[in-house]
Design a binder for this molecule. Structure first.
Ligand code: NAI
Length: 792
């Protein structure tokens, strides 16, 4: 350090390293290697892999590569502990969570330093953001533990949860996973990322110290193979994963048909939108937090700067000036802004993407190229003039690189913001509150920060739209991911599978006489009856094998047409909830007016008694009224997060939903599934009961006469599993509900991995008399959290 005179002249920062002796001593104690944490104790280390400090490249510890046998032991321990843990009163569980929170707080400095050494993030961030948020999450969920019975009636814990986390916020992601799981009465097996297992192992020691019962938390270290073994384990009831979209997709496929509950928090390419009336200086500080926080290794990083053309150059100039002040270097130094990239492989990935960008001739700006001589560092980078098609605008770089594109109108800004397969987060900068909220509503993302960025709070849900995954972490939404409904189940139905004896272009010969029954029912697409593309129809038989009518044999092309029609009817979701309620009431009334006719149809198709058929119609009418009533009452919430923020949790429709109905209860199941979906603003493609489709095809006229806009409900009859498969594979379908057999349920989930659409499947028969309520509305929506600041 120079003399005071020199310091005053240059005003340079001197070094200000955080002490790391305690951490080094702890690592030294474990230099023979870390075992796994199973059933409340550490196992003997084996198959050790090296853990590095990315800022120096030095090996700092060795951890065990968990084998399938280790995963087995950990799951068994979690299973053994689960019933007892769930049987504790919520209050007792909350005391354990408070104890964990307090112990984390007591060790904040140790954990911050360990996190920084293991991950490379600046100590300022681990000390001021990561670790305090960890304690916050445990405190927050201690509260939920004691409220669980009163706040989540009719639900129970899921059971044993397998949790797989990434390396960018190692201990924070652990807290996001473990705290809600434990609060909700589950036990866990958690696998930290192979680059950063150390704070999870320190947390295991905290569990012992805090007196957590054995087996409630188990930590198994290892790489993707260990993660895959956990995903595949039959003793696991739920998988919660945070990481890359690619692995998320593999997990979706691996869990398909297993009945495992799944939540995925995946990648992002989040827009950071700056309008011409934004406070540019604030926006620059926002950009620093959006993309240079944690070296840009943040799933919700504001990595795509979209800026109004008229202020773009001014903003770039301010950004460049600010970048010159960012200090890149030793993460343990308290004045470091940008630390190390987590590992050489990630650094190489960033460099590869940059090379591809350079080949496209893009303009790069880096304030200072001088980096520490050793370790994994990459300088903060601004890339301007980026076209939406550029690899840098499409791919998640996961590094300190901001790519900028300009726009001229708000519509163009929204279109660019949504021009991505992801939908995790967005940040909107404007001093005009009307514009801010309008744009926030139109951007497809799970979190929107207005005039702010990267705000996190345990009380607010966090999670993505589209290929950023599904499920939420934090707040009430997050706790629900760890509870399961005590849905009443009935015995599997005895309804016979449909016999689809195709009748190419046949006239409805042999159809039952009588004006209502003697026609070939067509498909219903975009508000019109449509002939099936195949030109085939199939005979609908009564239980005695007599033909009661013919239904169209829909195929892949019909589904495609229906999806197109549904996508075009998107304004339904933007209609006021009151308007939707009116349309649903009207449909319910029209169904009521034709109750006798619908009952006759049910009797003819299913052979039900007059009483049973009338009861099904009556229940369907009541259900339609219920969802008409709910349409404007399934409110969102205002979460109690930070001061001077209103955090609006909005229930938004998925958009286009596929709904595949079971064979049984042909009218009631159809109404029970379609009505909540459209009440919430979705447009649907419904595949009705394959054996008894005519109640649904009769429903066309109800839709026509009830002012349901064209395209809001599309109905494609035919072989349910084949049509479900097409719906699952279709990237234009945002969510899929399937009720049918095990094979169909498995396929629906596995094939949905393409665009990671949310699925809700059941392969066991449902008691349709009771299949009603808020759970259906929750499944028909996704929560968007909009953070709106106030005050000057
Ligand atoms: P990754 O998705 O491979 O790793 C995340 C976690 O999944 C780790 O614990 C890993 O061991 C585990 N894992 C890997 N393969 C698995 C499998 N087949 N089954 C179960 N678990 C498995 O991410 P990676 O390779 O470390 O990073 C690659 C890219 O992914 C990054 O550059 C970034 O773009 C993205 N990413 C996104 C994250 C987010 O928070 N959304 C976090 C980490 C990475």
């Amino acid at each position: 350090m120079g003399v005071i005179k020199d310091i005053l002249r240059t005003m340079d920062y001197g070094p200000s390293p955080e002490g790391s002796e305690h951490v080094k001593a702890w690592l030294e104690e474990h230099k023979s290697g870390f075992g796994l944490f199973v059933n409340g104790a550490f196992t003997k280390p084996h198959d050790l892999f090296e853990v590095f400090n990315p800022a120096t490249g030095e090996g700092i510890a060795r951890a065990t590569q968990g084998s399938p046998a280790d995963v087995d032991a950990a799951v068994a321990a979690a299973r053994k502990a689960q019933a007892k843990w769930a049987a504790l009163s919520g209050f007792e569980r909350s005391k354990h969570l408070y104890a964990l929170a307090r112990h984390v707080q007591k060790r904040e400095r140790f954990l911050s330093v360990l996190e920084t050494i293991d991950n490379g993030k600046p100590i300022r961030e681990s000390r001021d953001i990561d670790i305090p948020l960890v304690a916050h999450h445990f405190y927050h969920h201690a509260g939920w533990a004691s409220l669980i019975d009163s706040e989540f009636p009719g639900t129970k814990p899921v059971g044993v949860c397998g949790q797989i986390i990434p390396w960018n916020f190692p201990l924070l992601m652990l807290a996001w996973k473990i705290a809600p799981a434990l609060a909700a009465g589950n036990t866990v097996v958690l696998k930290p990322a192979e680059y950063t297992p150390l704070t999870a192992l320190a947390f295991a020691a905290i569990c012992v110290e805090a007196g957590l019962p054995q087996g409630v938390v188990n930590i198994v270290t290892g790489d993707g193979a260990t993660g895959a073994a956990l995903v595949a384990h039959t003793g696991v009831d739920k998988i919660a994963f945070t990481g890359s979209t690619e692995v998320g997709r593999a997990i979706r496929q691996a869990t398909a048909g297993t009945g495992k509950k799944l939540s995925l928090e995946l990648g992002g390419k989040s827009p950071f939108v700056v309008f011409e009336d934004a406070d540019l200086d604030s926006a620059v500080e926002g950009a620093v937090d959006a993309i240079w926080f944690n070296q840009g290794q943040v799933c919700c990083a504001g990595s795509r700067l979209l800026v109004a053309e008229s202020v773009a150059e001014a903003l770039y100039a301010k950004l460049r000036a600010r970048m010159a002040n960012l200090r890149v270097g030793d993460p343990l130094d308290k004045s470091t802004d940008v630390g190390a990239i987590v590992a050489p492989a990630q650094l190489e990935r960033i460099k590869r993407l940059m090379r591809e960008g350079e080949q496209e001739g893009l303009e790069f700006f880096r304030a200072d190229e001088s980096l520490p001589a050793r370790g994994c560092f990459y300088p903060p980078t601004l890339v301007t003039g980026v076209e939406p098609a550029s690899v840098l605008a499409r791919e998640e770089i996961f590094g300190p690189v901001l790519v900028a594109t300009t726009f001229r109108t708000p519509d163009e800004a929204v279109a660019l913001a949504n021009n991505t397969r992801y939908g995790l987060a967005a940040s909107v900068w404007t001093e005009n509150v009307n514009r801010a909220l309008e744009v926030a509503a139109r951007i497809k993302a799970g979190v929107v920060w207005i005039n702010s960025t990267n705000m996190f709070d345990a009380a607010s849900g966090f999670g993505g739209y589209r290929e950023s995954g599904f499920g939420r972490e934090g707040g009430r939404e997050g706790v629900l991911e760890y509870r399961t409904a005590d849905a009443p189940k009935i015995k599997p139905s005895s309804a016979k599978p449909a016999r689809l004896n195709a009748a190419p272009g046949l006239p409805p010969a042999g159809a039952v006489a009588g004006s209502e029954l003697d026609r070939t029912a067509k498909l219903y697409i975009c508000g019109k009856q449509a002939r099936p593309d195949s030109g085939y129809s199939y005979a609908v038989l009564d239980p005695a094998g007599r033909e009661v009518g013919l239904a169209g044999l829909g195929n892949r092309k019909d589904i495609r047409n229906a999806v197109e029609a549904a996508a075009k009817a998107g304004s339904w979701g933007a209609a006021t909830a009151h308007n939707r309620a009116q349309v649903l009431y009207y449909a319910a009334e029209n169904l009521s007016a034709r109750a006798a006719e619908f009952a006759r149809r049910l009797r003819a198709m299913t052979g039900a008694s007059a009483r049973a058929a009338e009861a099904e119609v009556e229940a369907s009418i009541r259900r339609a009224f219920v969802y008409a009533g709910y349409a404007d009452k399934f409110d969102g919430a205002v979460h109690a997060t930070r001061s001077r923020f209103v955090t609006l949790a909005m229930n938004e429709p998925w958009g286009v939903m596929g709904i595949v109905c079971p064979n049984e209860a042909p009218l009631l199941a159809f109404v029970s599934l379609v009505m909540p979906a459209i009440a919430m603003g979705n447009c649907v493609i419904a595949v009705p009961s394959a054996s008894h489709p005519l109640s649904a095809t009769d429903f066309y006229s109800i839709l026509d006469t009830s002012d349901v806009p064209a395209g809001v409900v599309n109905i494609v009859t035919g072989e349910a599993n084949a049509l479900a498969k097409t719906l699952a594979e279709h990237d234009g379908v945002d969510a899929l509900w399937y009720v049918g057999d095990a094979k169909g349920a498995t396929e629906a989930e596995a094939l949905s991995a393409g665009n990671l659409k949310a699925t809700w499947v059941s392969a066991s028969a449902v008691d349709w008399r009771q299949a009603e309520g808020r759970e259906f509305l929750r499944r028909a929506t996704q929560v968007k959290n909009i953070w709106t600041p106030y005050g000057e």
